[in-house]
Design a protein around this ligand. Structure first.
Ligand code: PLP
Length: 393
């Protein structure tokens, strides 16, 4: 089971470490010498429970997750997370205060916008604390200074404040968490880390809830990771279905009810155990590599190599994202000269550099340089970027 090291820059599902896939392939056929594949055993068996417990333990070690927080896994993806956040967190606020709160959204790109729309669709009261488009000529690509919007956070009665830590489509990443949110003990910070989880060290204790779909840095599509403050689980339990209904808030479907899933160790219903095992192998791979700190060092190097190459040709490459919030995972750029896009993609593909086309909603190019992509692969792309500009400028 061999392959050449891929140089695929797709935004997701993303390339995974070859060593992880080799082990997964073996375990799909015969796991732990059971004579059965991992997808063929009961999700309540001893072997499956060990996979769940191991994945949790390895993640706790990697992210230094404090005892105040719980880890669980649910089927679905980031989008399922959008819905489950809105219903679970609004119930938590009701349980804690007896009141209906407002969910505050910090919109910096299309994924936070989608999450906001889902909360609205579920009839959860929402407020857009800011939409970064309003500060940047109608385009995503910046994060307004906190001084411009911190007052709204201070004055609101927020059930939670939501942000997407890395906007995969627009290449905008929060450089640090907003202090006006993290310093307020009455506000729960909810963050979507689908495309940058485990790419850098983060202070888990400052989040009420972290969600991350698996298919970028941590595995295959189909499973979502949740890290939640335990007190939020208790608050959700305090609100009865009758009270939630009376308050006009959405009732969470049972398979996505956070306390129910946690109580059943992520196996209330059939958990895709193979998918979770792949995730755990990614965690183990990262631990062997030196943990998140080592990965962060490598990711910073990769981003630096690529951005430096693009920045060298300011008359040729257009960089739409403000330097202060450039993503270290999704590098977005366009060509200033018209008519060269197809040529760029074709010549890149001839060098086996694939997955570079920008999202259909924004065009141009996007190089996703997730954890599994090596420094050498990014260097190959950076060399191509330089040579292409020199030849075509
Ligand atoms: N959030 C972010 C940051 C994403 O990048 C994506 C998908 O790319 C999603 C959410 C949606 O994930 P899914 O397709 O698993 O629902």
């Amino acid at each position: 089971l061999q392959r050449e090291e891929p140089t695929h820059f797709g935004a997701g599902p993303a390339q995974l470490p070859t060593e992880v896939l080799q082990q997964s392939a073996k375990d799909l056929i015969n796991f732990n010498n059971l004579g059965l594949g991992i997808g063929e055993i009961s999700h309540r068996s001893k072997d499956a429970t060990k996979v769940i417990d191991d994945a949790k333990a390895h993640l706790k070690e990697l992210m230094n997750i404090p005892d105040t927080h719980e880890v669980f896994f649910m089927q679905g993806g980031g989008t399922t997370g959008f819905s489950s956040i809105a219903s679970n967190l609004s119930a938590a606020y009701l349980g804690k205060t007896g009141k209906v709160g407002t969910a505050g959204y910090l919109v910096t790109g299309s994924w936070s916008q989608k999450s906001l729309e889902e909360a609205k669709r579920l009839r959860v009261p929402t407020e857009v604390i800011f939409n970064s488009k309003d500060y940047n000529n109608g385009k995503y690509g910046s994060i307004p200074p906190e001084s411009e919007w911190a007052g709204k956070v201070k004055d609101g009665q927020f059930s939670y404040v939501y942000l997407c830590e890395n906007e995969t489509v627009h290449g905008v990443e929060w450089p640090r968490l907003p202090e006006c949110v993290t310093s307020n003990p009455d506000i729960e910070l909810v963050a979507d880390l689908s495309s940058d989880i485990l790419s850098r060290e983060i202070p888990v204790s400052q989040y009420g809830l972290i969600i991350a779909g698996a298919q970028k840095n941590i595995g295959l599509a189909g499973l979502t990771l949740y890290i939640i403050k335990k007190s939020i689980l208790e608050d959700i339990k305090k609100a009865s279905e009758e009270e939630i209904h009376k308050a006009g808030l959405p009732i969470t479907p049972i398979a996505f009810d956070f306390p129910t899933v946690v109580k059943n160790n992520s196996a209330y219903n059939t958990i895709p155990i193979f998918t979770l095992h792949v995730m755990d192998l990614v965690f183990q791979h990262l631990l062997k590599k030196g943990g998140v700190k080592a990965q962060q060092f490598e990711n910073e190097k990769k981003a630096d190599i690529l951005y430096t190459s693009l920045d060298q040709f300011p008359n040729f490459y257009n960089m739409p994202v403000d330097k202060s919030c450039r993503s270290k995972m999704n590098v977005v750029f366009t060509l200033k000269k018209e008519g060269l896009d197809e040529k760029f993609l074709k010549e890149a593909a001839e060098l086996n550099l694939t997955g570079l086309k920008g999202h259909r909603s924004v065009g141009g190019f996007r190089a996703s340089i997730y954890n599994a992509l090596s420094v050498e692969s990014v260097q190959k792309l950076a060399n191509f970027v330089r040579e292409f500009a020199e030849k075509n400028a």
